[in-house]
Write a protein that binds this ligand. Structure first.
Ligand code: GLN
Length: 499
């Protein structure tokens, strides 16, 4: 690339994906130029951020060249040539997929997951596989076998988790878009910690085929982006019924872009009191209150008299159901079929060593919790009871959406905490997901959007929508973002800033 084109590509990398898409179509930049700029920026930042487990330079450039051909032919999809980061929990054919675990450190899938297939078809350019907590269990990305990811706003703090790498690289301007998964908050909480947009779709909206399973009844793949329009663009590309995942819903994917630009006027917004917990950081509360004022000033109808009493039980319910499902899903890692293998004299010894050395402490903790909750004699007391409470929580959400378009809450009770602060105290770590877990229990879609700062760190505002009402979330996020001026918000580690 020559100097001028190089400069232009770097400038364009600062724009959103939809702006980049327009520049690609106008011939202002090539997909290859954009990919090279993204790779250079990501590589400059990696020594301080550690947002990626695997960089995919060669594949990225090949994908970019293919996108350029389609762009020249004039038949390119909206995401053609757009650089994207992919959480390393999503299977990529021929590219290592580790789940940040010793168990899968050398695992190369022979198939793509459905969302990756869809993005390949759309002409997107994969820059690399992003860092996460091992098997997506955690809220800080500290439980990764490949080292922690640092928050671009403050390198001494966590980026959130489990999709911390995906959030950090978008916040730092390495890529405009990335994919995460959210089982109990793993898209929304890191989005909040890093000051960007992150959306968990309705359960069944996006295929989970080929996504390394943690808790199958709770998780969804979803987008990270710097604005609502980009998040809508990415969700449009990955959503929909998939014959390979029988839990995807036969619900048509609406035109999300058509929901943008409609403002907040007339939206009925409930503010459920249970999400404003004791111990919430005062700065977070203030930022969320100011956001509520903005919603009200722009025509939203705010209802503060909303209660979902059983939401208080969501966290304990989650820590029965998620570990139970995890203990079943992770039973497949026996050192025989694929993944890490330790040699020993007998089969049982081999399995013990393989699982003992392959899994990290947090994963083992979840497997033990789940195995206990599912065991004879305890199943009824724990698992069955948790499922019953789950039904009650679902009904409370459904009732709330009979008279509201949105529920508005903080995304997390605090801003991003310091590295090491909670890693030795699992319960403190779990409590950070208090506000995000309820929407996984109920299945409702929810988005985290930036709503100001506390202690110099970004605060996340959570909007929860009715089932399959992602469009309403995009509408509200887009309108609020226009008022809040997200574009001007850049972390200290941004662009070519690295070591
Ligand atoms: N932090 C939660 C957990 O540790 C949620 C993780 C996730 O959403 N994948 O289980």
């Amino acid at each position: 690339m020559n100097g001028v084109a190089d400069f232009r590509a770097r400038e364009l990398l600062d724009l959103t994906a939809h702006e980049q898409a327009a520049a690609l179509r106008a011939g202002e930049v090539t997909a290859r130029g954009l990919a090279e700029a993204s790779i250079a920026r990501v590589r400059a930042q990696e020594p301080v951020l550690n947002a990626y487990i695997t960089l995919m330079d060669d594949e990225a450039l090949a994908m970019a060249d293919a996108a350029d051909e389609r762009l020249r032919a004039g038949n390119a999809a909206p995401l053609a040539g757009i650089p994207i980061g992919v959480k390393d929990l999503l299977s990529t054919r021929g590219v290592k997929t580790t789940a940040a675990s010793n168990m899968l450190r050398d695992f190369t899938p022979i198939v793509d997951c459905t969302v990756v297939t869809k993005l390949r078809e759309a002409g997107a350019v994969f820059i690399g596989k992003t860092n996460l907590d091992e098997f997506a269990m955690g809220s800080s990305t500290e439980h990764s076998k490949f080292g922690v990811t640092h928050n671009p706003w403050d390198l001494d703090r966590v980026p959130g988790g489990s999709s911390g790498g995906s959030a950090a690289t978008v916040a730092a301007g390495g890529v405009p878009l990335s994919l995460g998964t959210d089982t109990g908050g793993s898209i929304r909480q890191p989005a909040a910690c890093c000051g960007i947009v992150g959306l968990k779709p309705t359960y069944g909206r996006v295929s989970r085929f080929g996504v390394i399973a943690f808790a199958s009844s709770l998780e969804q793949v979803g987008p990270f982006a710097r604005d609502a329009e980009d998040a809508a663009l990415l969700l449009s590309a990955i959503a929909g019924l998939d014959p390979l995942d029988s839990t995807t819903a036969p619900v048509p994917v609406p035109d999300y872009a058509a929901m943008l630009g409609r403002g907040l006027d007339g939206l009925r917004v409930g503010v459920p009191r249970e999400f404003f917990v004791d111990g919430m950081e005062p700065g977070v509360r203030e930022a969320v209150e100011r956001a509520i004022d903005v919603f009200a000033a722009n025509g939203a109808i705010i209802d503060r008299d909303v209660s979902l009493p059983s939401v208080a039980a969501a966290l304990p319910v989650y820590y029965i159901i998620a570990p139970s499902e995890a203990s079943a899903n992770l039973a497949r890692y026996d050192g025989v079929k694929y993944g890490y293998h330790a040699d020993a004299d007998t089969m049982w010894e081999e399995m013990e060593l393989t699982r003992g050395q392959g899994f990290g402490d947090e994963v083992k903790r979840r497997i033990m919790l789940g195995t206990y909750a599912l065991s004879t004699g305890y199943y009824d007391a724990y698992y069955l009871k948790a499922q019953k409470v789950r039904t009650v929580i679902r009904r409370e959400f459904a009732a709330a959406f009979a008279s509201h378009d949105l529920l508005l809450t903080p995304t997390a009770p605090t801003v991003a905490f310091r590295l090491g602060e909670k890693v030795g105290d699992p319960v403190a770590m779990y409590l950070n997901d208090l506000c995000t877990i309820p929407a996984n229990i109920s299945g409702n879609p929810a988005v985290s959007i930036p709503c100001g700062f506390s202690e110099g760190m970004p605060v996340g505002l959570q909007l929860v929508g009715g089932m399959f009402e992602e469009g309403t979330l995009f509408r509200a996020a887009d309108a609020y973002g226009a008022v809040a001026g997200w574009k001007a918000q850049r972390p200290p580690i941004y662009g070519e800033r690295g070591r």
